[in-house]
Design a binder for this molecule. Structure first.
Ligand SMILES: *Cc1c(COP(=O)(O)O)cnc(C)c1O
Length: 372
């Protein structure tokens, strides 16, 4: 082990120190209002967050999984229906589909962007397919134009999983506004994170927005009148008030992530741990900076011995998860996704990471590959 200070992969304490006063003022405002669920803070946050992405409506829900789950419900997708999702994603993309009663169908991903490959999606379409969920993984947009053309040709809905992609742009326009609905998570470690669970759906469709407002609040259309049984999945006033503070800083934080990512690119040129160049159609917001690393697991151990934490997003593709064992997939079924799972490594990256820390990480990676 090393005596040098530890470098975490992400660190929410540093961010809190910067904004503590404003967060505490927001908390105090809600506590003294005596109103905690479906109130003015949520309404304000919904419209501020929707406006930030150029969408007409924002509907706050309990978390990102529910954002996707309720979006599928709003489209009447359920038992017997299939929904295509990337094989390489955060597991909850699949949870949202099964929560709606539908079947997640996996498609392989593009080797550079790690996002949905349109041809792989087309090959998975059956008579039961109802929707496609592109995930803008790590904060880089999926290539949406071919997917939108495919969805329109085959009459499928698109629901965007933008849970890692607040502020990410595709061809100049914010993601989440291309599909019928865009789904966001404010899990604490996301680029815009709550102090607990929270999520939100954006849409330009007023009828879908209305259905989502009913679905999240036990089907209530007006006080004590229920059109359906619905769910209880609401973004509470405290989280909304704190998220409003953080939304004003989001562009600044994304800018810092982008600057640090650029420095990593410079510091790691010529090293076998590769940071792929992304296509020009996207603006990357670097929820994660993911290198492709030969002998990845040895590298993780080497970094740990120098007090540096790196994480793997994600070590097991959906088709090889125990949860889907009954479908009897085999290694080799989704070659790109499987190869990525063996190589990817998310380096320490958060807005408050210092350049000295970044250089320590880069040096440790260089040392690892030059020694062996
Ligand atoms: C975080 C995340 C989710 C789930 O969000 P929760 O708020 O934890 O429910 C879904 N999809 C992706 C890609 C995510 O990163």
């Amino acid at each position: 082990m090393t005596d040098a200070p530890q470098i975490p992969q992400s660190d929410l304490k540093r961010q809190y120190r910067e904004i503590a006063e404003e967060i505490q003022a927001a908390v105090e405002r809600v506590f003294s209002s005596g109103w905690f669920i479906l109130g003015p803070e949520l309404e304000a946050f919904e419209s501020e967050f929707a406006a930030y992405h150029g969408a007409a409506h924002g509907i706050g829900v309990g978390n990102g999984t529910d954002a996707i789950h309720l979006a599928l419900r709003a489209l009447d997708i359920g038992p017997g229906d299939e929904v295509i999702v990337p094989d390489n994603t955060a597991f909850p993309t699949a949870t949202a589909v099964t929560a709606a009663g539908a079947t997640p169908v996996f498609a392989d991903v593009d080797p550079v962007t790690a996002n949905l490959d349109c041809q792989a999606v087309e090959a998975r379409i059956t008579g039961r397919t109802r929707a496609v969920i592109p995930v803008h993984l790590y904060g880089f947009p999926a290539d949406l134009d071919p997917l939108l053309a495919l969805c329109s040709k085959r009459e499928l809905a698109m629901v965007e999983d933008a849970c890692q992609a607040h502020g990410t742009r595709y061809k100049g326009r914010p993601v989440g506004t291309f599909g019928a609905m865009g789904c966001f998570s404010f899990y604490p470690s996301k680029n815009l994170g709550a102090y607990g669970d929270a999520g939100l759906v954006i849409t330009n469709d007023a009828a879908l927005a209305q259905r989502l407002r009913h679905l999240r609040n036990y089907g209530q259309t007006r006080r004590y009148y229920h059109a359906t049984t619905g769910f209880n999945s609401r973004l509470d006033e405290l989280q909304a008030a704190m998220l409003r503070v953080k939304l004003t800083r989001l562009d600044n934080w994304i800018g810092k992530r982008r600057t640090l990512a650029c420095k990593y690119h410079g510091a790691l040129t010529g090293v076998p741990a590769e940071l792929p160049e992304m296509p020009a159609y996207g603006v990357h917001t670097y929820h994660q900076l993911v290198a492709r690393c030969p002998r990845r697991d040895e590298l993780v151990a080497h970094l740990a011995s120098r007090g540096i934490q790196a994480l793997i997003h994600y070590p097991v593709p959906l088709h090889l998860q125990e949860a889907f064992a009954e479908r009897a997939f085999k290694p080799g079924d989704f070659p790109v996704s499987e190869r990525l799972a063996g190589q990817i490594l998310s380096l320490p990256l958060f807005p408050e990471l210092t350049v000295e820390e970044l250089e320590r990480v880069a040096l440790a990676i260089r040392d690892f590959y030059s020694r062996s």
